[in-house]
Design a protein around this ligand. Structure first.
Ligand code: CAA
Length: 258
């Protein structure tokens, strides 16, 4: 499928989706959000894809929602359009793992998009921020909610109230990103992680995603019950037999997603 604002490449069961609005530092306009969410949904359905990467350019993952596009909108416009809600719900419904590979600015909606992915690998040049306060608004797709769960109240308040940026080292220290690598190695690192995930049983990777995300939605006891049920249920799969047999036979497993 041809897209205008993103570039999609599929190789070795990994779909890499590059945001591509260089003239606006990959600002998220309605078209980009629509195309991105459609591309992710399509990759989720494709048997050629087992893991996805969302990335931007060297200078910007995404510098936020498109301020030009938003500037003339009224409350009625954004309320009736359900601004950003449709695409973000669609991204949240993706069941295969998504890695955000972040270089440069990940601000406002850009930081929120990275947090919508399952984990973030950052270049040492990455800068995260929720600067919406400078525009007389607040974050709209997770900047006060997901960020608080990831980095805690103190840093989330600080970032949302002052609009300051967090560099890659602070983001790693704070639990916002899983790894920081030199900028030149970002895509190799993200692709390496995605390929590793793509080798596993898809059943197990989808369960991991569902279970870890569940921990943000429920109590510890309910989450543990959910985990226990999914743990038990994987014993009904051929991949569990294969994975354990391969270990005992000292060979690589051949998972078949069954
Ligand atoms: N929307 C639209 N255009 C943007 C943009 C955005 N969020 N961010 C950057 N651009 C455009 C600039 O207008 C500029 O275009 P022109 O060349 O046509 O003037 C181009 O991208 C390059 O940007 P700068 O010249 O500003 O580049 P810089 O290196 O001097 O600064 C920056 C980089 C610090 C990221 C700066 O561009 C900036 O502060 N951007 C806005 C960040 C922001 O406020 N994001 C939050 C948006 S609101 C939001 O996201 C709501 C939500 O939660 C959903």
């Amino acid at each position: 499928m041809a897209y205008e604002t993103i570039i999609v490449e599929i190789e070795d069961y990994v779909a890499t989706i590059r945001l591509n609005r260089p003239e606006a530092l990959n600002a998220l306009n309605a078209k980009l959000m629509d195309e991105l969410s459609r591309a992710l949904a399509e990759a989720d359905r494709s048997d050629k894809v087992r893991c996805m990467i969302v990335t931007g350019s060297e200078k910007a993952f995404a510098a936020g929602a498109d301020i030009k596009e938003m500037s003339e909108k009224s409350f009625t416009d954004v309320y009736l359009d359900n601004l950003f809600t449709g695409p973000t719900e669609k991204i949240m419904a993706v069941r295969k793992p998504i890695i955000a590979a972040v270089s440069g600015y990940a601000l406002g909606g850009g930081c929120e998009l990275a947090m919508l992915c399952d984990f973030i690998i950052a270049a040492d040049t990455a800068k995260f921020g929720q600067p919406e306060i400078n525009l007389g608004i607040v974050a709209g797709i997770g900047g006060t909610q997901r960020l608080t769960r990831f980095v805690g109240k103190a840093k989330a308040m600080d970032m949302n109230l002052t609009g300051r940026f967090m560099d890659a080292a602070e983001a790693e220290r704070s639990g916002l990103v899983s790894r920081v690598v030199p900028a030149a190695k970002l895509m190799a690192e993200a692709t390496g992680a995605a390929k590793k995930i793509a080798e596993k049983s898809l059943l197990a990777t989808m369960v991991v995603k569902e279970a870890v995300n569940r921990s943000y939605e429920t109590t510890l006891r309910e989450g543990l019950l959910f985990e226990r049920q999914t743990f038990y249920s994987l014993f009904a799969t051929e991949d569990q037999k294969e994975g354990m047999a391969a270990f005992l036979e000292k060979r690589e497993p051949q998972f078949r997603d069954k």
